[in-house]
Design a binder for this molecule. Structure first.
Ligand code: NAP
Ligand code: MG
Length: 499
């Protein structure tokens, strides 16, 4: 893939510099609305304040929901082809502003600019294009009823006002994953982005208006989860809530949504197993895949392959390769071209990850590489070395809890039956990977692993056409593909007496 960056820290686009200097209101009904409080968003590479945004409260959520309610009937009444054109124009504008969006995301989240550009913006734009095509593809069905004299069919109708609450790790993708299907189905939306990464969501709000999407269709209320997020998840005017984040907050949102019986979809955490059998074949390729399965986005990835199971015959060979590869990774500020991994998102996430690493050592883990915070010129940021533990028990904290940082646990196993039981032993069920040359085993494992997605001889692939979501405590419902259109629509059955 191409990259627009040079070897030097990327110069910021003038539009990005101006955006960072602005007073940001909440984006409601197509205009900035000042809030009663503000919120600082930091650059995690330096710990310095990047920008202030408005922090919405319950009253602001009321205003945003009211705007979304006013806009919804007209948005839904647009001809499907007209909605498609507007959503494609929105994707066109994201394409136009791709470099600015990548720079903002790299600054706000810390991720390497190369990744923000080649992965995050690419995926986000691809999702918007995919969902832009859906308004003309929504269909109902006719039913072969056994009572005489009826024509019975179904219609898919928008649910009304939707809410999206998103995390900071892939802010743009998490936003488009919810904006795309919500708007394609004729709903309007209130988006509450993570407090750590509110900037690109505000940019998207303005782009929607510029694209010609009517005011009030996409509203962005920046602010805190406990205030703006909680108000949104309790609001009687919201018909559906789509949440991505931690399992703990997911539970709180489902409880809050119960009062008014909102539709809820939850994309939550994971502790995903990646399993390499003796017949993996190309160990270099598999080790590369295992490396990025855990260290992509500095491990702040819901599908991180954080438990690596290696069959005894290849265990040592893979561990050696992984240790060498991890040692070659450059950790540094996102805007520097040499950086493979950026910082963690925040000081509290840094403390949490370092706490897990200390606990791993106390529990008798064998630290193969990493284990430390980076100092020197990086000491003001939240940088941690890529870290690999071997020799931990399956039940230890490091090996069983979601760390959301660059920490891998490696295990040795004997056979298929054993590894399946160990892989499926946690309450999570988000993703899993299997490497083998044995076709039968690949399909057996894919069928039996407790995970919403299984990757065979690869890891971490996504496409807007392919449903994604978790089993067990990893979530509820599916995003992407056709199934999510069902989540954003009501199915109405119509009985017509014809005889
Ligand atoms: P988080 O703390 O659960 O926050 C997610 C969002 O919820 C944020 O916008 C947050 O606002 C908001 N929030 C917090 N408390 C709330 C409340 N009581 N009511 C309503 N909203 C509330 O998660 P995170 O730390 O940002 O993200 C990391 C977690 O997300 C990990 O567990 C990871 O596995 C999961 N994740 C899952 C997926 C997936 O697709 N399955 C993808 C990415 C991340 P604040 O920003 O103010 O806290
Ligand atoms: Mg930030």
């Amino acid at each position: 893939m191409s990259t627009p960056i040079s070897a030097e820290p990327a110069p910021l686009l003038p539009a990005v510099t101006q955006f960072l200097q602005r007073q940001h209101g909440l984006w409601i009904d197509g205009q900035p609305v000042p809030a009663r409080a503000t919120l600082a968003t930091l650059n995690p590479a330096t710990g310095q304040i990047l920008c202030h945004v408005s922090a919405g409260d319950a009253a602001d959520i009321d205003t945003a929901v009211a705007a979304a309610q006013r806009a919804q009937p007209r948005w839904a009444a647009l001809l499907p082809a007209a909605r498609e054109r507007l959503l494609h124009r929105f994707a066109d504008l994201m394409e136009r502003d791709r470099e600015a969006l990548a720079q903002l995301e790299s600054l706000d989240n810390g991720k390497p600019l190369r990744v923000a550009y080649n992965v995050e913006t690419q995926v986000a734009i691809g999702q918007m294009r995919y969902y832009a095509g859906w308004p003309t593809k929504l269909t109902g069905e006719t039913y072969a009823v056994s009572s005489p004299g009826f024509h019975v069919y179904s219609r898919r109708e928008p649910v009304g006002v939707c809410a999206a609450i998103t995390p900071w790790n892939y802010s743009l993708v998490m936003a488009t994953q919810k904006i795309g299907p919500a708007l394609a189905a004729g709903n309007t939306l209130v988006l509450k982005p993570a407090e750590q990464t509110p900037l690109t969501a505000l940019w998207l709000g303005e782009l929607a208006l510029e694209a010609g999407i009517p005011a009030g269709v996409l509203n962005v209320v920046t602010g805190l989860g406990q205030t703006a997020g909680a108000a949104l998840s309790q609001h009687p005017g919201v018909a559906k809530i789509a949440f991505t984040g931690s399992t703990e907050v997911g539970r709180a949102i489902q409880r809050a949504a119960a009062t008014h019986l909102k539709r809820v979809s939850l994309e939550l955490g994971g502790k995903s197993p990646l399993i390499l059998f003796d017949d993996t074949g190309d160990l270099d390729a598999a080790a590369q895949a295992a490396l990025w399965a855990i260290f992509a986005n500095s491990g702040q990835n819901c599908v991180a392959g954080s438990r690596l199971f290696l069959q005894a015959g290849i265990h040592d060979a893979v561990v050696d390769r992984l240790a060498a590869l991890a040692g070659q990774l450059t950790v540094g500020p996102g805007l520097e071209a040499a950086s493979d991994l950026g910082p963690l998102i925040s000081a509290s996430q840094l403390d949490r990850v370092l706490g897990f690493i200390a606990e791993g050592s106390r529990a008798g883990g064998d630290l193969i590489v990493g284990g430390h915070r980076l100092g020197g010129r990086l000491s003001q940021g939240y940088f941690v070395e890529p870290t690999i533990f071997a020799g931990l028990g399956d039940e230890s904290a490091v090996a069983s809890q979601e760390i959301f940082g660059p920490v891998l646990s490696v295990f040795r196993f004997k056979d298929e039956e054993e590894v399946l039981a160990r892989a499926n032993a946690l309450p999570y069920g988000l993703a899993a990977g299997v490497w083998t040359q044995n076709l039968g085993r690949a399909h057996r494992m894919a069928a039996q692993l407790k995970a919403g997605v299984v990757w065979v001889n690869t890891y971490d692939w996504f496409d807007p056409a392919v449903p994604f979501g978790g089993m067990g405590e990893s979530g509820l419902g599916r995003e992407l593909g056709r199934p999510v259109m069902e989540a954003y629509t009501e199915l109405k059955s119509v009985w017509v007496k014809i005889e």
